[in-house]
Write a protein that binds this ligand. Structure first.
Ligand SMILES: *Cc1c(COP(=O)(O)O)cnc(C)c1O
Length: 367
């Protein structure tokens, strides 16, 4: 068959071990998954109530415009309904953007390490990938990213808070960057962890959308809203930009059920507030651990932390899995000798850190 050349040698996404697999592999009853930045509290109890007494009609197509969710979200963001596009997770928004703008002969600029899907989609679409190393403190090197932009650049990707470091792009730097990027280049700001940001100087980036026709913000219901399984992400941009991208989207890309639960979750702001408070407490648990044991930790603004373990991260990953914890090894994330851990409940974090300390002591890290 006539496959695109760029697919040669590409491997499918490797999902981590599932909770059930790890249970079987190691004969464990209880597994704590702190690998994918899902909300340890699940989703709003109101979503669960709704699901318990569910009676949707499964034979009809979903509303391809997601009208109910769109109306509520536009109102809460204070943008026009026509400034939104929904995706089957923000993963699909990344694919739509790539499909619309990336092709052989153009390039795309991004940080490294950052969220893997920007690069992945760029390769599938045959574009040249220009990766710019993060600064030592984990921040985006926006000056170098600017230098990498040329007349063939179609998209530049920013991730704030950045996955896997959790680092935030500083507001003034972000504004200056957006100002300087040529209008012909689409700037994508991935804010998958927006709801967790606790930084008074960071403004709502929908303000930047108002003044920049080439600026798009991505957010998701997968992380703080606790709805990763329902696959709802969205883009916010000026109307004309959304209008150009929307034809690339499959017409019924969100299900009836996912639209309904995202709408309920959106309205339960107190659940979100509680999760944010708990996340701050959890973050301090990890920061205290790192500081007590002299391990470098990136300043996180998300619901996960990337920190040093002074040992092979695949090994630490394996040892933790035997003890019932699924985390992410830094090796796979471009951060060797670090691990990325989702901030769990206070109890989960406490127990996790006891187990991590055991693993590190056993292996002579603190000897
Ligand atoms: C988790 C994550 C996503 C994907 O979110 P979905 O909406 O579930 O597809 C996108 N970007 C970043 C940075 C993420 O961490």
């Amino acid at each position: 068959m006539k496959w695109k050349n760029q697919l040669t040698g590409m491997k499918p996404y490797q999902p981590g071990h599932s909770v059930d697999e790890v249970k079987k592999m190691f004969g464990l009853n209880e597994i704590v998954k702190l690998a994918s930045n899902e909300n340890p509290f699940g989703s709003s109890p109101k979503v669960n109530e709704f699901l318990d007494k569910l009676s949707t009609n499964h034979a009809i197509y979903p509303d391809g415009y997601a009208s109910g969710l769109r109306h509520a979200l536009a109102e809460s963001l204070d943008v026009k309904e026509s400034q939104l596009m929904f995706g089957n997770g923000s993963d699909e928004i990344i694919m739509i953007i790539s499909r619309a703008l990336l092709q052989p002969g153009v390039n795309t600029v991004m940080a490294t390490p950052t969220f893997s899907q920007y690069r992945h989609n760029a390769i599938v679409d045959g574009a040249e990938v220009r990766e710019v190393k993060l600064n030592k403190n984990g921040s985006h090197d926006l000056q170098e990213m600017l230098r990498q932009i040329d007349e063939n650049t179609a998209v530049v990707w920013l991730c704030s808070p950045n996955n896997p470091t959790g680092t935030l792009i500083e507001q003034a730097e972000l504004e200056e960057f957006v100002q300087k990027v040529p209008k012909e280049v689409l700037i994508v700001l991935d804010e998958a962890y927006f709801e967790y940001i606790n930084e008074p100087t960071y403004k709502n980036s929908t303000e930047l959308v108002k003044n920049h026709e080439n600026f798009l913000v991505m957010r998701t219901f997968s992380k703080a809203y606790g709805l990763a399984g329902f696959r709802v992400g969205y883009a916010i941009a000026q109307e004309e930009l959304i209008f150009r991208l929307d034809p690339v989207r499959a017409p019924f890309n969100n299900t009836v059920l996912s639209q309904a639960v995202a709408l309920i979750a959106l309205q339960d702001t107190s659940f979100l507030d509680e999760c944010k408070v708990s996340n701050e407490i959890g973050k301090k648990q990890f920061e205290a651990f790192a500081s007590a044991h002299n391990l470098h930790i990136y300043p996180s603004h998300g619901n996960f932390v990337l920190f040093e373990v002074k040992a092979d991260s695949d090994f630490v990953f394996e040892e933790l899995m035997k003890r019932g914890y699924i985390i992410r090894s830094g090796n796979a994330l471009g951060a060797p000798r670090y691990i990325r851990v989702t901030i769990g409940t206070q109890q989960q974090n406490e127990d996790f850190l006891v187990n991590l300390l055991d693993v590190l002591v056993e292996n002579g890290v603190f000897a």
